[in-house]
Design a protein around this ligand. Structure first.
Ligand SMILES: Nc1nc2c([nH]c(=O)n2[C@H]2C[C@H](O)[C@@H](COP(=O)(O)OP(=O)(O)OP(=O)(O)O)O2)c(=O)[nH]1
Ligand SMILES: [Mg+2]
Length: 138
């Protein structure tokens, strides 16, 4: 089985919230919350794939992004490589263009959402982006 390479965006609003979306009932990992993104196509760079997916799924234009982490995860039915990027600037108002629910969530509240298993280290890393006094470290 080959590993599916996925560009994933942690979209930040500058006020301590990130955007999550809900996977559709017919998709792999159905009904779970995710960070928007999708499969990298042949010949694309990661930022190109990220920008294309976030435009297709949310209608936003990525203005700046930076690499956060790479997670390889083996589900029983699929192997994925999640190439995770922070999106620190974008234009447009994100909406679920594919009918998916989307929600801005304060970073500490991410703990209350069900994500796919591969997301555990991603959620931890996002929660570590902010110190306990609420000051952005970066
Ligand atoms: N976008 C995204 N995908 C994730 C996350 N966590 C996680 O395990 N995945 C997995 C689910 C899928 O197997 C794969 C990304 O799928 P995708 O969104 O490009 O496409 P899909 O398989 O849902 O749908 P399709 O393009 O085949 O129709 O990565 C996440 O946080 N965001
Ligand atoms: Mg997708």
């Amino acid at each position: 089985m080959s590993r599916v390479h996925v560009a994933v965006g942690v979209i930040e609003n500058g006020a301590g919230a990130v955007l999550i979306s809900r996977r559709g009932a017919s998709q792999h990992q159905a009904g779970k919350w995710e960070f928007p993104g999708g499969k990298v196509e042949a010949g694309e760079s990661l930022p190109e794939a990220l920008a294309r997916e976030l435009y297709e799924e949310l209608g936003i234009r990525v203005l700046s992004c930076r690499a956060l982490m790479v997670v390889d995860h083996d589900y029983v039915d699929k192997q994925v490589r999640l190439d995770v990027w922070r999106v620190t600037s974008f234009s447009g108002e994100p909406t679920g263009r594919e009918g998916q629910a989307v929600s801005w969530v304060a970073i500490p509240a991410l703990a209350g959402y069900v994500f796919p298993e591969a997301n555990t280290p991603i959620v931890e890393a996002v929660m570590a982006l902010r110190s306990t006094d609420g000051t952005d470290k970066v």
